[in-house]
Design a protein around this ligand. Structure first.
Ligand code: PBG
Length: 325
């Protein structure tokens, strides 16, 4: 006979009790589904580095979003790939640009789903950077703000329910909040990619969104992956500027950052399980190395346990399928 008094296993003994004591649950309403819409195509096209993820035409994306809604998914985030790119990102704020057209069509066909639009310039710039380039090749901050704000406004005018700036220019949340308020869109929330690291995990996204920079990298505007204090600073600044959500991106390698922000901001936190995370898990699944369902539930619950309230994931439809059964 041993004299063990405290036995944690007593609470794991009965499966019903294990279920009752589940501390963190993943729900379909936690998920945001990202979709890519490409101008000038008539059929969807699979992305080589992201099997199961597609670039959609406007007609096809409407079908895809409806399917997601029917599975119980409450929100989508739209990324546009324009036909023409230039040095002023004119496709980004065009009333008839790809995101604006898709937003109107989705709103019409599926009026209840929450439409979030990614606000960035890289997909629309011939050079693939997220801001304007000065004569000496710098990514300009302040002159880019007006373009970003106009882009956000045009999305909302087309019917977007929320905008998500991902450019990482300083002051963009305030610039967007100001223009939205001036146009009577005080009620439209801003989901700020406040804490966005310069990450190699975005590789497959740049194939999907055709947005790889043609020179240099994004390290002068996205954060270095060694920083923690800077993440807090970015989150606090965006909160002061009027952000309604704070996003941390990528997710899996940055759970500590989500945890720290949980204690420093009262705004809801969003984790973005990015393209490279999708590709890794999908590749391992396709090789039969692990069970996709189990690994997805475990990784997403990890993000929630760390403090994320919502999760952006390319796996949203698969997860909705698992959660239903
Ligand atoms: C646009 C943007 C990027 C992602 C979301 N918005 C790419 C980047 O910064 O290069 C990445 C998303 C992903 O990898 O899934 N700036």
């Amino acid at each position: 006979m041993s004299n063990i008094i405290q036995r944690p296993r007593r609470l794991r003994y009965h499966s019903g009790l294990r279920d009752m004591l589940t501390e963190v649950r993943l729900n379909i309403s936690d998920l945001i589904y990202p979709v890519f819409i490409k101008e000038g195509i008539s059929q969807k096209k699979e992305i080589d580095s992201m099997p199961g993820v597609f670039q959609y035409s406007i007609d096809e994306v409407v079908k895809e979003v409806k399917e997601a809604w029917d599975l119980g998914i409450k929100a989508v985030i739209l990324f546009g790939i324009p036909k023409h790119k230039d040095e002023r990102a004119s496709g980004a704020y065009d009333q008839n640009g790809i995101v604006q057209l898709a937003t109107r069509k989705i709103k019409e066909a599926c009026p209840k789903i929450l439409i979030i639009t990614d606000v960035c310039l890289c997909e629309y710039m011939s050079h693939g950077h997220c801001g304007l380039i000065s004569e000496n090749g710098e990514i300009e901050n302040d002159s880019s703000l007006e373009i970003l704000a106009n882009t956000a406004l045009s999305h909302v005018q087309a019917g977007a329910d929320m905008v998500a700036p991902s450019d990482m220019m300083d002051g963009r949340v305030l610039a967007i909040r100001t223009i939205l308020d001036q146009n009577n869109f005080q009620h439209i929330p801003i989901m700020s990619y406040a804490v966005k690291y310069a990450s190699s995990f975005y590789g497959p996204f740049r194939d999907a969104a055709e947005s790889a920079p043609s020179f240099g990298d994004r390290k002068s505007y996205q954060m270095g992956f060694t920083s923690e204090k800077e993440a807090i600073r970015e989150a606090m600044l965006d909160e002061e500027e009027g952000a309604d959500f704070i996003m941390v991106k990528p997710a899996m390698a940055y759970l500590d950052i989500i945890r720290v922000l949980k204690d420093t901001t009262n705004l809801p936190l969003v984790a973005y399980q990015v393209s490279g995370e999708y590709s890794m898990l999908m590749a391992a699944h396709q090789k039969g190395f692990l069970s996709l369902e189990d690994i997805l539930l475990e990784s997403l619950v990890g993000m929630k346990r760390a403090g994320a309230q919502l999760i952006i994931t390319y796996f949203a439809k698969q997860i909705a399928g698992f959660l239903e059964t």
